[in-house]
Design a binder for this molecule. Structure first.
Ligand code: WQD
Length: 351
């Protein structure tokens, strides 16, 4: 099928008010794209996008739409001519997904099939999908490359990511006009250099680094280290932590790949470097200039010992590599946390 060159037109970003979404919107605008954001604001605040507009010095069209409302989504596609979509929107709490599997299947898979149908109906067939290394399940080998088997994930959240990847593979097989880049994130951490935006989980953070930052700033008593008897150098879990700004830049590189009419492509977005829980606690205490209290607790159900990427394919085919190291991840996280002790509910960043 002869594919025409795509102009760098308007990009629809679903879930654009979220942690990775906001940082990616900034990099897309920096790269010259015009962006429209859609979000249901269940897990994100309007304040985050106000700050993105401040950082970029531009207004961003924002629509409060839930992807499970197909008609509202169809109406949006009537108003705008999108040349591609970056799809972040979805629920992402592993524990919650075990309690509410139906909600996760409805929102993550139902929302995605609505989006794909509306895109097809409007002949918009360029998509970047926010997937996760969790689709690899328990690694059979490390570092993980994109050929590693998928589908071994045990929790509903991880399964939604796997099922959505399979839906997209079948869609591309059925219609070669689709260009889909699936990005498997490892562990996004850090925050924008300005300290104006960052990860702002509701309630008790599930993920390690937001929890660490809240302990360091005195909002929580201590970190529970979920097990120190894993088969890793110091017994605590090893993960591939990647700066959210590196991750965001990876989405611009993926958009450029889409413009080459690439068909279906799958890339790991990681650094290739694993760090343990203790490495992360020590790195954050260095950035904070004070010890971060912790205690060794029971393992968390479903956790794996080690997970880190082989990021070579993205380097080769996207010309993208993570450049920000552990100190920078923690310095930027610390700046966000101290300037916004209550996240986006803080009344504006403190100087
Ligand atoms: C990291 C390490 C824990 C919290 C999950 C999803 C993935 C992605 C990121 C959503 C592990 C340990 C954690 C704590 C701890 N998705 N830990 N105490 O589990 O690697 O990945 O979140 O955003 O798809 O699977 O990330 O940050 O929860 O855990 O000791 O209070 O920190 O055991 O070794 P995870 P995490």
């Amino acid at each position: 099928v002869k594919k025409k060159k795509m102009s760098s037109g308007c990009v629809l970003v679903t879930g654009g008010a979220g942690f990775v979404g906001t940082h990616s919107v900034i990099e897309l605008i920096n790269a010259g794209y015009s962006v429209v954001v859609v979000d249901n604001f269940v897990n994100a605040s309007h304040e985050s996008l106000k700050r993105v507009e401040e950082i970029c010095g531009t207004k961003i069209p924002i629509f409060s739409v839930d992807l499970t409302d197909k008609q509202a989504l169809a109406d949006l596609f009537k108003k705008h001519k999108f040349t591609s979509v970056i799809h972040f929107a979805g629920l992402k709490a592993v524990g919650e997904s075990c309690e509410l599997p139906l909600l996760y299947y409805k929102v993550n898979i139902g929302g995605t099939t609505n989006l794909l149908e509306v895109m097809k109906e409007n002949n918009v067939k360029n998509l970047i999908f926010s997937s996760s290394a969790t689709v690899y399940g328990t690694p059979e080998y490390l570092p993980l490359d994109e050929n590693h088997p998928t589908g071994g994930c045990t929790n509903p959240y991880g399964k939604t990511k796997y099922f959505i990847e399979e839906i997209m593979k079948d869609l591309c097989k059925s219609d070669p006009e689709w260009n889909i880049v699936i990005l498997r994130y490892f562990n996004p951490v850090g925050a924008h250099k300005s300290g104006k935006i960052g990860e702002d989980p509701k309630g008790v953070p599930n993920n390690l680094m937001p929890y660490c930052a809240q302990v360091a700033v005195g909002k929580r008593k201590e970190i529970n280290v979920y097990g120190n008897d894993y088969d890793t150098p110091d017994g605590t879990g090893v993960r591939d932590y990647i700066h959210v700004e590196d991750l965001a830049i990876g989405h611009v590189a993926a958009q450029k790949k889409i413009e080459e009419c690439c068909g279906l492509k799958i890339y790991n977005l990681g650094t290739g470097q694993g760090y343990s829980v203790m490495d992360m606690i020590n790195a954050l205490s260095k950035a904070a200039g004070k010890p971060v209290p912790y205690k060794i607790a029971e393992r968390r159900t479903g956790d794996i010992a080690s997970c880190y990427s082989k990021p070579d394919l993205a380097a080769k085919e996207l010309g993208w590599k993570a450049t920000r190291g552990l100190d920078e991840m923690c310095e930027d996280l610390w700046r966000w946390q101290t300037m916004n002790p209550d996240g986006f509910n803080s009344n504006g960043p403190k100087s």
